[in-house]
Design a protein around this ligand. Structure first.
Ligand SMILES: Cc1cc2nc3c(=O)[nH]c(=O)nc-3n(C[C@H](O)[C@H](O)[C@H](O)COP(=O)(O)OP(=O)(O)OC[C@H]3O[C@@H](n4cnc5c(N)ncnc54)[C@H](O)[C@@H]3O)c2cc1C
Length: 290
C-alpha cells in the first residue's frame, strides 16, 4: 500500500517547521515517529498534501527535571521515556505503563508528542498525562500557549491543537509528598495480545496518609470512550476515607457506571463497562499495597 502523493519537507530549525505548518495549515501534517501517520497515509485514511518531517528539528527532545516538575520534549521517543532512570525514579507510574505501548520496535520510533497529537482513545500516554495533570505546550508562528491535559483531547483522534501548531513539550508537575501523606499509584490494562492497544485501561493515583486515608484521588480510564477520562464521582468517593476493600469496590462500581464505551470488533460495550470496574479496582489495590 502506498500513500497518496505529497510534498515532503525536512526543516532543521523550529521556526522553519512552524512557518511550513502556518503556510500549509490543514493541508500539512507533522511527521514524528510515523508509527500512526504512515499507516494512516498508506491506508489513505490521511492524505496530507504536505508532510513536515520534524525529526531533524533541534531542541524538541529530551527529559529535564526542574524545580516544579519534569519537562519532556515532544520528539522524545517512547523507548527513551521507558528507559530513563529519572522517569523511573520520579514517575514510576510512567515507567510501568510505557512498556504496554505496542512493541519495542514501535516505541523506538514513536514519540511522546506523536502519541498525544494522534489522540487514540486507547493510548497510554494521553491517559498518563491526564492523570498526572500535565501541561502541554503548543507553538506556532503566532506564539506559544499551554494547554492543560484535561482540555487537550477533544474526542476521537481530535485535539485542541490548531493545524498550524506544533506540540513542543509536556510538563509534568512533581507529585509532592508533604511528610504526612504520600502519592501511590496503580496501572492496569487488558488487551487481547501483548502489544495490542488496550481494550480497557485504568490509572489510579492516591495521596494517602499513614492510615491509608485518602487525601486526594485521581482515576483516569482509557480505551472506554472517545478519549481518556477522569472519573470525578469515583475519586470523590475515596477522599477522606480509608481506602479499604469496601471503598475500592464502591469506587470501582462508580467507574463502571460512569464510563460509556462503544462496541467494536475487539470488544463489546458491555464487556468494556464491566471490565472498567475490574481494572479500576485492581489499580486501586495496587496503589494501596504498592
Ligand atoms: C502495531 C501498532 C501498535 C500500536 N500500539 C499502541 C499501543 O498499544 N498504545 C499506544 O499508545 N500507541 C500504540 N501505537 C501507536 C504508537 O504509540 C505511535 O507511536 C503514536 O501513536 C504516534 O506517535 P508517532 O511519534 O509515531 O507520531 P506520528 O505517527 O508521526 O504522528 C501521529 C499524528 O500526530 C501528529 N504529530 C506528531 N507529532 C506532532 C507534534 N509534535 N506536534 C503536532 N502534531 C504532531 C502527526 O501529524 C500525526 O497526525 C501502535 C502503533 C502501531 C503501528
Amino acid at each position: 500500500m502506498k500513500p497518496a502523493k505529497f510534498d515532503y519537507y525536512a526543516p532543521v530549525a523550529r521556526d522553519e517547521a512552524l512557518g511550513l505548518l502556518g503556510q500549509h495549515g490543514y493541508d500539512a501534517k507533522a511527521l514524528a515517529g510515523g508509527q500512526s501517520l504512515m499507516p494512516m497515509m498508506n491506508l489513505r485514511l490521511a492524505r496530507p498534501a504536505v508532510v513536515v518531517d520534524i525529526n531533524r528539528v533541534a531542541g524538541l527532545s529530551g527529559i529535564d527535571s526542574g524545580e516544579s516538575g519534569m519537562t519532556i520534549g515532544a520528539m522524545t521517543r517512547q523507548r527513551d521515556l521507558e528507559r530513563s532512570a529519572e522517569v523511573r525514579e520520579r514517575f514510576p507510574l510512567i515507567a510501568a505503563a510505557v512498556p504496554h505501548i505496542a512493541h519495542f520496535q514501535i516505541r523506538n520510533r514513536g514519540t511522546v508528542g506523536g502519541s498525544l497529537a494522534h489522540s487514540d482513545p486507547a493510548a497510554e500516554i494521553p491517559a498518563l498525562c491526564l492523570a498526572l495533570d500535565a501541561e502541554i505546550t503548543a507553538a506556532s508562528s503566532r506564539g506559544e500557549r499551554t494547554i492543560a491535559a484535561g482540555d487537550f483531547s477533544l474526542g476521537l483522534l481530535t485535539t485542541a491543537l490548531e493545524p498550524d501548531e506544533l506540540l513542543t513539550e509536556v510538563r509534568l508537575p512533581w507529585l509532592d509528598s508533604d511528610g504526612e501523606s504520600q502519592w501511590r499509584w496503580g496501572f492496569r490494562e487488558v488487551c487481547r495480545r501483548d502489544g495490542d492497544f488496550a481494550l480497557v485501561g485504568a490509572i489510579a493515583l492516591l495521596r494517602l496518609d499513614g492510615d491509608n486515608v485518602c487525601r486526594e484521588a485521581r482515576i483516569a480510564m482509557f480505551g472506554v470512550g472517545d478519549g481518556p477520562a477522569r472519573i470525578p464521582g469515583a475519586e470523590a468517593a475515596l477522599v477522606g476515607r480509608a481506602v479499604d476493600a469496601d471503598a475500592r469496590a464502591e469506587a470501582a462500581g462508580l467507574v463502571s457506571q460512569a464510563v460509556d464505551p462503544g462496541s467494536d470488533i475487539h470488544a463489546s460495550a458491555e464487556y468494556r463497562k464491566e471490565v472498567s470496574g475490574v481494572m479500576a479496582r485492581r489499580a486501586l489495590e495496587d496503589a494501596v499495597s504498592g
